[in-house]
Design a protein around this ligand. Structure first.
Ligand SMILES: C[S@@+](CC[C@H](N)C(=O)[O-])C[C@H]1O[C@@H](n2cnc3c(N)ncnc32)[C@H](O)[C@@H]1O
Length: 269
């Protein structure tokens, strides 16, 4: 059901990342400003809708890897987004119903939909924290109420850090979250990049995104890799989200220039 006009505390005057992403994924929880911005960016970069969907497929494969192969039973997901089936807890609890998940986002529309994220199994736990990734101390304090920081945790930061510029301390905030995790924990992170797109297309996308609430900051491979400093990348290392363990995904894999999002998973030694 379209939400237009039903949630007065939500700012509908500019595009918001959570709602525009929901539009690209084919959801209904978005407003005119989100759709206009989403269409304008997709007109400049036709791979956008495929990229958004591939990012979501990465989430499924990465969380399944973390739960089934790495044996994790606890997850801290920052920048959760509007509920989209399957949600992270559904993937993790499909492997083990006792998995515990803390979701974090700073957008009021995600908070408004949080109940749909709190539908886990009887054996597991899911909780929601309304917080900003630029406030890691608060996120960690709240997460400690649900997760045991003496046991490995999967920290997932999927398609969020490109909304945080260097001037806001993007790498420092991620490092602070990773520092708090015990050895054997993992970081999974995906991020927009201009590395595969002609510079004039990158510039046009930035122009069309400039008025949105959080304009995207593309990062190159070296800047992306810095999020994983001190961690051990698992195979296949840093690739576009569509290429990460692509053999476990059905269907044709889109080209890197279509996807334009880096993805990687790494273990904390
Ligand atoms: C593109 S969506 C990605 C959703 C989901 N992680 C996924 O990959 O499918 C980005 C999410 O990050 C959230 N976000 C952006 N900046 C944030 C910040 N500074 N703190 C917390 N959440 C933020 C947005 O509200 C949005 O829900």
């Amino acid at each position: 059901m379209p939400l237009d006009g039903k949630l007065p505390d939500i700012d509908t005057s500019v595009a918001h990342p959570a709602r525009r992403y929901n539009y690209w994924l084919g959801g209904k929880d978005n407003f005119a400003a989100d759709r206009e911005s989403g269409d304008a960016i997709a007109a400049a970069f036709p791979g956008m809708v495929i990229a958004a969907r591939e990012n979501r497929k990465f989430l499924r494969r990465a969380v399944r890897f973390l739960a089934a192969d790495a044996g994790l039973r606890q997850f801290l997901d920052v920048g959760t987004g509007i509920p989209t089936t399957p949600n992270l807890h559904e993937v993790a609890q499909d492997v083990d119903p006792s998995a515990r998940v803390v979701y974090v986002d700073n957008d009021p529309i995600v908070l408004a939909h949080a109940n749909a994220l709190l539908t886990g199994t009887d054996q597991g736990v899911t909780t929601y924290v309304d917080a900003d990734v630029r406030d890691p101390a608060r996120i960690l304090a709240e997460a400690r109420e649900t997760l045991d920081f003496d046991r490995p945790i999967g920290l997932t930061l999927l398609a969020i850090m490109h909304f945080v510029p260097d001037a806001d301390g993007a790498h420092t905030h991620v490092a602070e979250l990773v520092d708090a995790l015990p050895p054997g924990s993992y970081l999974a992170l995906t991020h927009a990049t201009g590395d595969f797109i002609p510079p004039e297309v990158v510039a046009e996308m930035a122009k069309r995104d400039a008025r949105s609430k959080s304009p995207v900051v593309d990062r190159d491979r070296a800047a992306f890799a810095r999020f994983f400093d001190g961690l051990e990348l698992v195979e296949p290392g840093i690739v576009t989200v569509a290429r990460w363990r692509e053999d476990t995904e059905d269907g044709d894999r889109p080209a890197d220039e279509t996807v334009s999002l880096y993805g990687a998973v790494a273990r904390k030694p």
